[in-house]
Design a protein around this ligand. Structure first.
Ligand SMILES: C[S@@+](CC[C@H](N)C(=O)[O-])C[C@H]1O[C@@H](n2cnc3c(N)ncnc32)[C@H](O)[C@@H]1O
Length: 218
């Protein structure tokens, strides 16, 4: 599917090298800034742009049920070979529409958007945020990381600000829990000056049920 999904440029072509590079990234180190927010009890986790499944595997090991979305066939195949688990379902789908997932009408407690949101242009980001929101339960958590710095050659990437992302999320009823800047944990990217915005949001409970009830008794 990846040829039709914008944002995936450069990933299939460089899959062998990327798979080797990403294998050495440890979940606990990568996600240290947000670990305290991850639900302790078994939850439904959606990992969008899941790459080779390092995070999906870590969530499965914590007892969560995971749906991992990855549009690049070669990365999905590598993920399945590396982290086969009955707790992980792999789905070939892509932002901004997420048509396959939305057609299933399933919702989640946690949505991870790790190093993927900045592959979307402004129009796609505006379309994607309501779609992602519709997949999250009330009081569910959305964790986002945005890459800043030089763009790897052949990749489609934009310098997306934390402020824009917070504003888009706010319009969909999210409350911000976290907004911090970190350095890259990968030596080569650290050397290039790559930094990350780490954001987390909670989806506020909607009040529509109460409005309906008061109208019924008016
Ligand atoms: C930098 S990698 C991050 C992979 C993984 N989240 C991680 O942190 O290890 C970005 C991933 O997003 C995927 N991707 C790119 N554009 C996408 C889109 N429009 N929808 C969903 N995934 C996309 C790529 O194929 C790639 O696997």
């Amino acid at each position: 599917m990846s040829i039709n999904v914008s944002g995936t440029e450069g990933y299939a072509e460089n899959a062998p090298a990327l798979i080797e590079q990403w294998k050495s990234i440890a979940f606990a180190e990568h996600h240290a800034p947000v670990l305290h927010l991850i639900p302790a009890g078994p939850s439904d986790v959606l990992d969008i742009g899941a790459g080779i499944g390092t995070d999906a595997a870590a969530f499965a090991a914590m007892g969560h049920r995971v749906v991992a979305v990855e549009p690049v066939d070669r990365l999905r195949a590598a993920a399945l070979a590396l982290h086969s688990s009955p707790s992980i379902e792999w789905v070939d789908d892509g932002l901004p529409e997420l048509d396959v997932l939305r057609s299933r009408q399933r919702t989640f407690d946690l949505v991870m958007l790790t190093a993927v949101w900045m592959h979307l242009d402004e129009d796609q980001r505006q379309r994607a945020m309501p779609n992602v929101t519709s997949l999250l339960r009330d009081e569910g958590l959305m964790i986002v990381s945005l890459r800043h710095g030089p763009i790897p050659s052949g990749r489609r990437m934009f310098d997306v600000s934390a402020e824009e992302t917070i504003e888009l999320a706010k319009r969909q009823g999210f409350r911000r829990l976290l907004n911090i800047q970190t350095q890259s944990i990968q030596a080569a990217n650290l050397h290039l000056g790559v930094t990350w915005s780490r954001l987390a949001f909670i989806k506020e409970r909607q009040a529509h049920a109460t409005v309906g009830a008061s109208l019924a008794f008016a």
